[in-house]
Design a protein around this ligand. Structure first.
Ligand code: TXA
Ligand code: MG
Length: 347
């Protein structure tokens, strides 16, 4: 049976969708819900069997932990055994919002959430629908991105319907995700903070918020094996569209044609996403423009990649982005989506 899809654009519809989602979550089921980053596949984070159902629906490998979503500082503290000043500093600056803190896991959170580890990723999302559902449930919600394992995160209800519509009972349409890429994941179990997955909240903002605490500078981009995995989002290939993706810099149309000379695909199957040097449509009919601003770029990126999947693109070419800190999360996603398909591939 295809999922029921409920909208939220009037107070009555919003209240009805909360009621339906809470009914399913309280009985141990999973539902697709909007958050400000990407859509999540949610279940009761205190229930081992409910969390196991998330892994089954996604086809997610058991070693990839899921994030727990809360709707208050009190609820966050129930999920961990320690609440260090470092966590407090970051939470008070960035919550509710697109940031996940990794902390020591409390006994209330089953091991399945943490993939057998002793830490837990906790996030207080800002999306009003997600907050209303968590408050009405009275328990936190475990929720990875609502996509089948190894495919792109969804940024609209439509993406969730396409990916998981036949596997879950309910999808709530809360509109297009305002952030558009997954949260910044920060390990705060040690004396200094460490970014495990870059996001729209970037290193400069984190350093400012930390004041007298420090941020470890180790790059999260280089983990390539599962053996000492702190965050599978660190694996090289992740968050990928179906077509191969190349990140290129070109000076003119001729230069781009030259750089693509080795690809034998017809030009109308090469999809180009440009933000400053827009190629001529007569040369590349599948050219799209994406805003030259990191927040707007992040908001649009996955929608564009999903569209390339649906249009059966043979090759995706994205104009490279600046190296400034605000672009860090986007650079990370582009690097992963463009790395060789022979690398490890988990999502
Ligand atoms: O924005 C987001 O974070 C979205 C929305 C739904 O909240 N969720 C999301 O979940 O992207 P997921 O499962 O697709 O990615 C979670 C990332 C993975 O890279 C996972 O390895 C990491 O967070 N993670 C979760 N718990 C962790 C832990 N205890 N230690 C280290 N990394 C953890
Ligand atoms: Mg994911």
């Amino acid at each position: 049976m295809p999922a029921e899809v409920l909208t939220t654009h009037s107070p009555a519809l919003f209240a009805e969708a909360v009621r339906r989602a809470v009914d399913i979550l309280k009985s141990g089921g999973v539902v697709g819900l909007p958050t400000e980053t990407v859509y999540g596949l949610a279940a009761n984070a205190f229930s081992n069997s409910a969390v196991a159902a998330i892994y089954a629906v996604k086809g997610r490998p058991a070693y990839n932990p899921v994030i727990v979503h809360v709707a208050s500082a009190t609820m966050a503290r129930e999920c961990c055994t320690e609440w260090p000043p470092l966590a407090d500093r970051l939470a008070s600056r960035f919550w509710p919002g697109p940031m996940t803190l990794v902390l020591p896991r409390s006994f209330r959170i089953p091991e399945t959430v943490s993939a057998g580890g002793n830490t837990v990723g906790i996030r207080w999302p800002s999306h009003p629908f997600m907050q209303a559902v968590i408050r009405a449930c009275g328990f936190p919600l475990a929720a990875p991105s609502a996509n089948p394992s190894n495919s792109l995160s969804p940024t609209s209800a439509e993406h969730v319907i396409l990916g998981l519509g036949e596997r879950i009972p309910l999808i709530v349409d809360g509109g297009h995700c305002a952030v558009g890429i997954e949260s910044t994941v920060i390990d705060v179990t040690g004396p200094s903070a460490r970014i495990l997955r870059p996001g729209i909240i970037h290193a400069d903002q984190i350093k400012t918020a930390l004041e007298d605490f420090t941020l470890d500078s180790g790059s999260p981009l280089h983990a390539t094996t599962t053996s000492i995995l702190r965050s599978p989002g660190q694996l090289t290939r992740h968050y990928s569209p179906r077509a191969p993706l190349r990140v290129l810099n070109w000076t003119s149309d001729g230069d781009l044609v030259h750089q693509l000379a080795d690809s034998n695909f017809p030009k109308d199957r090469i999809h180009i996403l440009a933000h400053t040097r827009i190629p001529s449509l007569s040369l590349f009919p599948q050219t799209s423009f994406i805003p030259d601003d990191p927040e707007a770029f992040a908001r649009a990126l996955f929608g564009y990649l999903h569209a390339c999947d649906q249009l059966n693109a043979a090759l995706i070419v994205i104009e490279s982005v600046p190296t400034a800190p605000e672009w860090e999360g986007i650079r990370d996603r582009l690097a992963r989506a463009s790395s060789s398909p022979t690398s490890l591939n988990y999502a």
